[in-house]
Design a protein around this ligand. Structure first.
Ligand code: ADP
Ligand code: MG
Length: 275
């Protein structure tokens, strides 16, 4: 069995292949030792580990493991997942919205990290919790989907009162920038969480479209567990990216790119194309 592990800041992602079957799973990073025990109990396996916590994970393994630089694994996984979707793109930007957000430019086999932002999935959970007391990602997403940003965000049209704005009035002029000094006490959780989602989605897509120009690429591939069953974040990112003239793309199982890339790095070239 070939096992790829991506041990990130928040979640540990696993991809493995048994015969022709390909599986993915994810765990809270606190379960790192349990996953290492599972690997230790396997027979006949090879494991490759990537991500910021790869060293910690490897320290719990009994057998030798391969270690891979995170971005190499991610790039390889993205290429593989694109292929499974029948796409042959070679030039694109990858925006990985994990705990934080990291942005890389790809041209064929070459890649370069062009930047990122500390606003990411960790912001969604952390700021969301501070504002509302809601802890779980799934709950944050569910409530945000029922909320409205109308009372909290300031739109361009609110500033250009009675006057035609030079850019779309529907754009956000200031996230959380509306007049909040009256009535802030009874702000519904749903609205607060929807606004946090807006802040994260608009920040990551704004930084991405600017970086895409520098990369001379029009396609932005968004990955990371922040998008997991999170249609609202996807919608915000898609509309903002399109508005700025770039093409957004989400990969099936995109949050497993690093783990998948680590897994296929263990296999021969011929096998790699078969999965
Ligand atoms: P990392 O590689 O840094 O661990 P991920 O790509 O796994 O990052 O994304 C982590 C983010 O995904 C979290 O900050 C959170 O917003 C979101 N997320 C999705 N599912 C979960 C979950 N079950 N538990 C916690 N966070 C989750
Ligand atoms: Mg990660």
């Amino acid at each position: 069995m070939f096992v790829g592990i991506d041990a990130g800041g928040t979640l540990l992602k696993v991809a493995y292949r048994e015969g022709e079957k390909f599986h993915v799973r994810k765990y809270p990073i606190a379960e790192l030792e349990g996953v290492a025990e599972w690997v230790n109990g396997l027979e006949n396996y090879k494991v490759c580990v990537t991500g910021g916590k790869s060293g910690v994970f490897i320290s719990h393994l009994q057998k030798e493991a391969k270690e891979m630089v995170e971005f190499e694994a991610t790039h390889r996984g993205v290429r593989f997942l694109l292929g499974r979707m029948g796409r042959t793109d070679t030039d694109y930007l990858i925006t990985n919205v994990g705990t934080g957000t990291s942005i890389h430019c790809i041209h064929g086999d070459s890649h370069e990290r062009l930047g990122g932002t500390g606003v990411g999935g960790g912001t969604l959970v952390g700021l969301g919790y501070l504002l509302t007391g809601v802890r779980h990602f799934d709950e944050i997403v569910r409530l945000a989907e029922q909320g409205s940003r109308e009372r909290i965000d300031l739109k361009v049209k609110h500033i250009y009162e009675g006057k035609e704005p030079p850019i779309s009035g529907e754009l956000t002029a200031s996230n959380f920038g509306n007049d909040l000094f009256s009535g802030a006490e009874d702000m519904p959780k749903e609205d607060l969480l929807a606004t946090v989602m807006g802040l994260v989605g608009e920040t990551v897509s704004t930084v991405s479209v600017q970086t895409a120009r520098q990369c001379r690429s029009n396609t932005i591939i968004y990955i990371g567990s922040s998008f997991h069953e999170n249609d609202l974040l996807k919608e915000i990112v898609v509309s903002y990216t399109k508005l700025r003239g770039a093409s957004p793309l989400f990969l099936e199982n995109g949050e497993f790119s690093g783990a998948v890339g680590a897994m296929i790095s263990l296999e021969s070239k011929e096998k790699e194309t078969k999965i």
